[in-house]
Design a protein around this ligand. Structure first.
Ligand code: AMP
Ligand code: MG
Length: 482
């Protein structure tokens, strides 16, 4: 049996936490709602049916019966600075429900109006930023990367001012929970250790039940968060995803990719790539992400001081680097098509990165081409991606001599094609979809979404999405203002 949004059976969890955690806040209605895109595939998995007349719900003009929307309070370290209070400034938790498989979901409307935590913001999101969040969260999910999900997007002609006049759009996003490191930080710095422990108990009960029976449950929870964060960032690095604003309030307690702002996928490889133009020092550059993950985990660990002895915290944090390296090695092993990872492989990969850096070799095209190499020996195609061709030839010879691990070229190529996507959400593809959407044509969002649902499949009808980006792609600038 499938439910409509008007019949959604509510099953509160987060809203059962102490009222210090949230403030009831109603969405602010907007005129002339229309659907932009509905994710029917996800809806089906969740036992939901979405219809053309759901725009009222998806914009926040109407609520599922019994819904008591709320905005939660959190804080966090933004660009290294502790900000005492942030909170859901434009996201509202409108429902918590169970899917047919028993999974529990929190449903938020992002951009549904101001909240007590909006500070100087308008509580809105624009069509441009909402399209980016919708497409990227679904793209990452289908790449196998943990992330919040996007169920739908609705729009209104209501004007929203950013650098220019834009229009409003709201993403309906889902996650098992939207709890962030910053939720813990807020109560720690407010001097409310009883709320820190209440939240930790809640997170363990609902999201890390296996930690309940550990001899030190809070420490076991932190170890899980550390491990998931390390794995998440290894995934990002492997696919060339730059988050752009890795503030501790944007870090999920479940290790999900959370809060899509000025993110970017690498086109040409540049280890120091900064996708967010507001990030002047490159704090969140591509090659900084792994250590920023650890920095943020320190923020979380600090907030858990009321619950976990300092030595235990430090020992747990001390495991991060090893875990990240193991997770990244696993990603690289799959990308390179090796059966096992050997210590020497670090030299091979470091040398490859140096060659790629020198030419800004296209990250996605290179790996996809290399995936064909075991079978097709497509040397010309690969060499064309490098300026220093002689050096690349030498690298390829070393790579080839490493491929003596007992599997056939067919098996290797197949495994690599399942690890190296053909389709990623390049910035310019999102920009094209946004430009059309701003003229009222949402078909390109739909089409791009369809392509990105099978990033590893050949999909000849979408071949144009898998070519080198046009020159103007380099001129795209992204900032926090969305
Ligand atoms: P972000 O940089 O997107 O992670 O946002 C940091 C904080 O600013 C969070 O508390 C957001 O809810 C809030 N925020 C961002 N944009 C807006 C907006 N347009 N209106 C209100 N609050 C916002
Ligand atoms: Mg945020």
């Amino acid at each position: 049996m499938a439910f409509t949004l008007a019949q959604l059976p509510l099953s509160p969890r987060f809203s059962l936490l102490h009222s210090r955690f949230w403030i009831e806040t109603l969405p602010t209605p907007m005129p002339a709602p229309h659907n932009v895109v509905l994710n029917h595939t996800l809806a089906k998995e969740l036992g939901l049916v979405l219809g053309e007349d759901d725009a009222d719900f998806l914009l926040g003009n109407r609520l599922p019966p019994g819904s008591q929307p709320l905005a939660s309070v959190y804080s966090g370290h933004q660009f290294g600075v502790n900000v005492p209070q942030l909170g859901d400034g434009r996201a509202l938790l409108i429902a918590e429900f169970c899917a047919p498989d028993g999974a529990h979901w929190e449903m938020q409307l992002k951009g549904a109006g101001p909240t007590p935590f909006s500070r100087r913001g308008d509580g809105r999101a624009v069509l441009r930023s909402s399209t980016r969040e919708y497409l990227a969260s679904e793209a990452l999910h289908h790449l196998g990367i943990p992330t919040t999900r996007a169920l739908a997007m609705a729009g209104s002609p209501q004007a929203v001012w950013r650098e220019t006049r834009e229009t409003a759009a709201v993403v309906t996003r889902l996650a098992p929970t939207f709890v962030r490191f910053g939720h813990f930080e807020y109560f720690f710095y407010q001097g409310e250790p009883e709320r820190v422990s209440e939240l930790a108990d809640w997170v363990i009960a609902h999201h890390y039940p296996q930690c309940r029976d550990a001899s030190k449950p809070y420490l076991a929870m932190l170890e899980q968060v550390i491990s998931r964060t390390a794995t998440l960032i290894a995934h990002w690095q492997a696919v060339g995803f730059c988050h752009g604003v890795m503030n501790s309030d944007n870090m999920s307690i479940l290790g999900l990719t959370l809060d899509y702002g000025p993110y970017g996928f690498l086109d040409g490889f540049d280890a120091g790539h900064i996708c967010n133009h507001s990030d002047e020092t490159g704090r969140y550059a591509y090659n900084q992400q792994p250590q920023i993950g650890l920095w943020n985990l320190h923020c979380l660990a600090q907030a858990l001081l009321p619950l976990i002895p300092r030595d235990d915290l430090l020992a747990a944090l001390g495991e991060y680097q090893t875990q990240f390296e193991a997770a990244f090695a696993e990603q690289l092993r799959r990308k390179l098509g090796f059966v096992t990872w050997q210590e020497d492989d670090w030299t091979l990969i470091t040398d490859l990165f140096e060659l790629m850096q020198a030419t800004h070799t296209d990250w996605t095209l290179f790996w996809r081409s290399l995936s064909h190499w075991p079978l097709q020996q497509n040397i010309a195609e690969l060499r064309d991606l490098f300026l220093a061709r002689g050096e690349f030839d030498q690298w390829l010879t070393r790579y080839q001599s490493r491929l003596n691990d007992g599997i056939t070229p067919e098996q290797r190529s197949q495994a690599m094609l399942a690890a190296n996507p053909k389709y990623i959400l390049r910035n310019y593809l999102a920009e094209n979809a946004i430009a059309l959407a701003q003229q009222g044509d949402f078909s390109e969002i739909e089409r791009l979404h369809r392509c990105l649902m099978q990033p590893f499949a050949e999909q000849p009808e979408f071949a144009a999405y898998a070519t080198m980006p046009p020159d103007w792609a380099r001129e795209i600038t992204l900032s926090c203002s969305s």
